[in-house]
Design a protein around this ligand. Structure first.
Ligand SMILES: *[C@@H]1O[C@H](CO)[C@@H](O)[C@H](O)[C@H]1NC(C)=O
Ligand SMILES: *[C@@H]1O[C@H](CO)[C@@H](O)[C@H](O)[C@H]1NC(C)=O
Ligand SMILES: *[C@@H]1O[C@H](CO)[C@@H](O)[C@H](O)[C@H]1NC(C)=O
Length: 401
């Protein structure tokens, strides 16, 4: 047994060396981030080794580990926390205990996790939503959705919409004391994808649309048709999130077929019929000069494989693919992007596209930011960037909602 343990520790040390990557100079808490990055990458590498033995898929291993961090709905001195279901979708509600003379503001929050993992039950989300309810004296509703690879697009989106529709009913809002004119939808990473997609889809429901006052997208994923954006190339071996892993999980949102992953790695996954969509993600036009740097735009090569995945051309899966007409009437947005994040350019291009369409956008860019900082906010990590993201988001909400 001792021998096995020693072997395990040795293997971890070896993997840490193998996965050691220097990090940019301006990163705060460099040693902590470097250790997290090495540990995260060792873990993925081990997961892939285990997957090779046929014992367990990487997704299942990650899910299991994330589940260890799930919290119970614990009320505290200020906020009453309850788990329930809306239209059969699991939701958690945070209701401030303070007496209020007037109706309250509300935030609907969707967690990240690449559509494959996680839940509002994870401690960082519990902490964030509790904080939001307390700080803003607001009602927070957060919903789960069924996950890939068992479920693919559009199941995730349909679950999310179903929970939102339930919550936005007049009698439900009345029950929780919510002001129907002061509701924001928010989410991080793939939760940001859902947020942007729901906000677009709601345009088709006039009576619901007017109840969404604002949208907040924290380092969101918004497209997958061009996998050679400058942020993809700069962060190919990015901190915690590498391009390989991002491509793998992105393709799992659409299909289990590994062919898509392989083609997306090479940016050769789109069919000829998708040609008209590339103007919506043309970074050589939509990215501010500062982020284009010396990257060279190359036209995508289409129809090489004619692999058909309809979701890849659907703006409900990839909100950047919406045309300007659809963007025009969207509610004002808050978009937060991070410099050292593969998904950075998705957020930056959406800022440009929304502004071009006349939508009011508040944009925060974290110059030394990494992807997923919010999820590193709680024990044992306490990464300072996580609090920075949270505080910027909350400050904007407080001022605008
Ligand atoms: C995956 O897709 C490719 C291309 O359409 C097809 O040839 C292959 O049979 C599919 N594989 C599976 C396991 O469905
Ligand atoms: C992208 O923009 C460049 C100009 O920077 C242009 O030459 C190219 O045709 C555009 N491509 C698409 C697909 O919109
Ligand atoms: C893909 O389809 C187009 C027509 O839609 C065709 O011209 C092309 O040869 C096809 N490519 C392959 C590899 O089958």
């Amino acid at each position: 047994m001792t021998g096995l343990k020693a072997l395990f520790v040795l293997l971890c040390i070896l993997l840490t060396f193998l996965t050691y990557t220097p990090i940019p100079e301006n990163i705060e808490e460099p040693w902590k981030i470097m250790a997290l990055n090495a540990f995260g990458k060792s873990f993925i590498l081990m997961g892939l080794l285990i997957e090779c033995t046929g014992f367990m898929k990487l997704e299942d291993l990650l899910s299991m580990v994330i589940m260890l961090d799930y919290t119970e709905p614990l009320s505290d001195e200020y906020v009453m926390v309850t788990d329930t279901t809306f239209n059969d979708i699991p939701v958690r509600l945070y209701l401030p205990k303070r007496k209020s003379e007037s109706l309250r503001r509300a935030v609907i929050y969707f967690h990240g996790g690449a559509f494959c993992f996680g839940s509002f039950k994870q401690s960082p989300y519990d902490s964030l939503n509790r904080w939001t309810a307390n700080r803003l004296d607001a009602v927070v509703m957060t919903a789960d959705y069924r996950l890939a690879p068992q479920y693919h697009f559009p199941v995730q989106l349909e679950d999310a919409i179903s929970a939102v529709k339930y919550f936005l009913q007049d009698e439900v809002l009345r029950k929780y004391g919510v002001d129907p004119h002061r509701i924001c939808i928010a989410g991080d990473s793939s939760g940001g994808t859902l947020t942007a997609a729901i906000t677009q889809v709601m345009q088709n429901y006039p009576e619901l649309k007017q109840k969404i006052k604002l949208q907040a997208l924290l380092y969101p994923a918004l497209q997958a048709i061009d996998s050679h954006l400058p942020s993809h190339l700069e962060n190919e071996h990015g901190i915690l999130l590498t391009r390989d892993i991002a491509v793998r999980f992105t393709s799992l949102y659409f299909t289990k077929n590994k062919t898509l992953t392989q083609l997306m790695e090479r940016n050769q996954h789109m069919p000829l019929e998708s040609k008209h969509l590339f103007k919506f993600v043309n970074w050589s036009i939509l990215l501010p000069e500062k982020f284009r740097r010396n990257h060279v735009y190359t036209e995508p090569i289409l129809g090489l494989f004619n692999f058909s995945v309809p979701g890849l051309m659907d703006s409900r899966a990839l909100p950047l693919l919406a045309n300007d007409l659809l963007l025009q009437n969207l509610p004002p947005a808050y978009i937060l992007t991070c410099q050292y994040d593969l998904l950075r350019d998705d957020g930056l291009m959406y800022v440009t596209r929304l502004r071009n369409a006349g939508v009011k956008v508040a944009h925060d860019h974290i110059e030394n930011g990494i992807h997923g900082a919010l999820s590193l906010m709680t024990a044992p990590f306490y990464v300072s960037q996580g609090f920075k993201v949270r505080d910027k988001y909350i400050a904007w909400l407080d001022k605008n909602l």
